[in-house]
Design a protein around this ligand. Structure first.
Ligand SMILES: [Zn+2]
Length: 279
């Protein structure tokens, strides 16, 4: 699949009548979108034949697929039982991704709970390395997309995500701009704020990590503990999409931007339109 700037919804497009995943992908394509994130946030439930059919549709229409794994995984947990559930859920997501032809699976790495940040990092590193090895044994080729956390209690500051990516070959940072905005009490306002995030990834991990970077975007309402809920693009400009659009148009980054706004595909189209007008 050719590298290009792509926008897509996190899950089924709002007005899609069809129930099957392939219907949703086709619907997004017909709207003019080039990406689609398959949501397994409440569990990896898809029939093998449906996954294969969806993957075929996506390939035919040049729609880039990604998968979002279950919310309850916690790579940071010191408990054997939780580690096993986490491993099982991430492996299930990776197997579904393989059938779909998705190149990255996204998940929130975990929570600190009562541990130090260092202990949470070590646990996540060990478990993710084990998962990486298991995936290799099963010939599963997708990347492990580690999403930046939107809650202060959640593991996954930009530094922590970069730190894990340095040590795990198959790990890739997934930049959720709304989450970064929420945990920095509204720290993303200007083009410079976006540029700083992007240049940190380039400097710490290397320019190849920017090539096809996977991102989430929505506007967000937050409190001093972080994320509260997502709101549509243009509602409060928190964070503002426009400065990022300017960077995307100028630098011609081939990012994938998944819309996690309540308006999903509609806001993916809205964002895509804003960038196109700037080109
Ligand atoms: Zn996200």
């Amino acid at each position: 699949m050719s590298a290009m700037l792509r926008f897509g919804p996190a899950g089924m497009p709002l007005n899609c009548k069809g129930k099957r995943l392939a219907d949703g992908i086709l619907y997004a394509f017909n709207e003019g979108l080039g990406a689609f994130e398959v949501e397994f946030v409440r569990g990896v439930r898809i029939r093998k034949e449906d996954a294969i059919e969806a993957g075929k549709t996506a390939k035919e229409k040049n729609v880039l697929l990604s998968c979002h794994g279950p919310y309850w995984v916690n790579c940071c947990s010191p408990l054997k039982e939780k580690q096993q559930t986490t491993m099982r859920n991430i492996m299930q997501t990776a197997r579904a991704a393989e059938l779909l032809g998705a190149k990255i699976i996204v998940f929130h790495p975990g929570y600190y709970q009562k541990q130090s940040k260092e202990a949470a990092f070590e646990n996540a590193l060990n478990l993710l390395k084990e998962i990486e090895k298991k995936m290799k044994d099963e010939n599963l080729s997708c990347f492990l997309g580690l999403e930046t956390s939107g809650k202060k209690a959640g593991f996954g500051t930009l530094d922590e995500i970069i730190g894990l990516c340095k040590k795990i070959k198959k790990a890739r940072p997934v930049i959720d701009f709304a989450h970064l905005h929420a945990i920095t009490n509204g720290g993303i306002r200007t083009k410079g704020d976006y540029e700083e995030i992007i240049s940190r990834i380039k400097k710490e991990l290397g320019p190849e990590y920017l090539k096809e970077m996977h991102c989430h975007f929505t506007e967000i309402v937050y409190s001093d503990r972080g994320e509260r809920y997502h709101i549509p693009i243009g509602h409060s400009n928190s964070p503002p999409f426009r400065p990022l659009a300017e960077i995307l148009a100028e630098k011609k980054y081939k990012f994938t931007i998944i819309s996690e706004s309540p308006l999903l595909d509609m806001d993916a189209l809205k964002m895509q339109g804003i960038v196109q007008k700037l080109k």
